[in-house]
Ligand binder design. Structure first.
Ligand code: SF4
Length: 365
């Protein structure tokens, strides 16, 4: 199946094919890279095109906590698939192979060894999934009292409760197991069929709800309020996942859920979990492709002249953190070229990231 948006033809290719294209000089993008150039062109070009960094290698607790919970969320999808298909040995094998790719054989074996004889699904689910959280590599920091393993556990239990109340089975269709699905979309110019670029990402889950396919995107956040909910009704990240899901399932996917989990859980009576239903239409897909092309134009315009890239100074303090490039941006142009040369290089490749668990924190956990 191929799609046509913004004068380009889109088709799914394998990660191996994408790597070959990149080896031949094609550029690969993802939502993070596109967002960076639109947040601030100077930041995007320095960090994601020239791979420069000024940041210390200090740990990001928000990202670590998001990744650890993400392992748990994937485990819960695997558990629900195993429960749903427990009488079909060939499907259990297929699910097992997929889970082994996600978690590795040792971690998956630990999940499989968990007791499953409780009378209620909730206990069986958390017995299976907690080892995924505990072996995620997350550890407490003495300077962060919000993001602790105890708080992560509490949030994951609340999420499990809500998830089990929702009637949305994970899709298992042919070779497709709807848990943690990486994708690479090749964009070709429709007129010339010239390959232009690759867009890559990773869908957290593919579900059916009311028998309609839905993408699912997990998020962890400090607060799940109306502002949090509303941003996903336009998010290009969600739209891109629906395009990818359409190509994967070979049928239009225009619906999804953004599944938010609060860390730590609120002290009020609410459970700190929000499943926000979102939908898109053909116009949204066209605009998503236009945004992609606009982002690439910005990268291509300034990659060879980064000191001329605009400075979007409203972004210097985004997510309440000072941008790592503030010292660079305070210097006159004549000195900036030398500063870029002196910066550390930390290669950042979307294709490498798509093979890992994605950063699913909304940045303010
Ligand atoms: S300091 Fe501000 S203007 Fe400079 S790169 Fe960062 S966000 Fe952009």
């Amino acid at each position: 199946m191929k799609l046509e948006y913004a004068g380009h033809t889109l088709e799914l290719i394998s990660i191996e094919e994408a790597r070959k294209h990149v080896a031949n000089g094609m550029v690969c993008y993802d939502f993070t890279k596109f967002t960076a150039i639109n947040t601030c062109p100077t930041f995007g070009v320095l960090r994601y095109a020239l791979h420069r960094t000024e940041s210390s290698s200090s740990r990001s607790m928000a990202i670590d906590a998001g990744k650890a919970c993400h392992d748990y969320f994937a485990a819960l999808r695997v558990w629900s698939l195993r429960t749903q298909h427990k009488d079909r040995s060939e499907l259990i094998t297929k699910i097992g192979l997929h889970a082994t790719r996600l978690f590795g054989s040792v971690r998956y074996a630990e999940m499989l060894s968990a007791a499953q004889d409780a009378p209620d699904p909730f206990s069986n689910a958390i017995n299976f999934c907690l080892p995924a959280l505990h072996t995620s590599g997350f550890y407490d920091s003495p300077t962060d009292r919000r993001r602790t393993m105890a708080n992560l556990e509490q949030s994951c239990l609340s999420y499990t409760s809500r998830y089990l109340m929702s009637e949305m089975p994970v899709i298992l269709e042919g070779d497709l197991v709807g848990v943690e699905l990486p994708f690479c979309i090749l964009f070709r110019e429709t007129k010339s069929q010239r390959p232009r670029f690759i867009y890559t990402g990773r869908i957290d889950g593919l579900h059916r709800y009311n028998n309609i396919p839905h993408i699912a995107e997990n998020k962890t956040a400090f607060r799940l309020d109306d502002v949090w909910r509303m941003m996903f009704h336009t998010s290009n990240q969600v739209t891109g996942y629906m395009v990818a899901a359409t190509l994967m399932l070979k049928k239009e996917v225009t619906d999804g859920f953004v599944m938010g989990t609060q860390i730590p859980q609120p002290k009020s009576m609410t459970d700190g979990v929000a499943f926000e239903q979102v939908s898109r239409n053909a116009s949204d897909f066209e605009r998503w492709a236009e945004w992609s092309l606009h982002s690439i134009d910005l990268y291509e315009k300034f990659i060879t002249r980064p000191t001329e890239a605009p400075r979007y100074t409203h972004s210097c303090n985004r997510y309440f953190h000072a941008c790592q490039f503030i010292p660079f941006c305070t210097m006159p142009r004549e000195e900036q070229a030398d500063m870029i040369e002196a910066m550390a290089v930390e290669e950042w490749s979307p294709l490498d990231h798509v093979g890992e668990v994605a950063d699913n924190s909304t940045g303010d956990v």
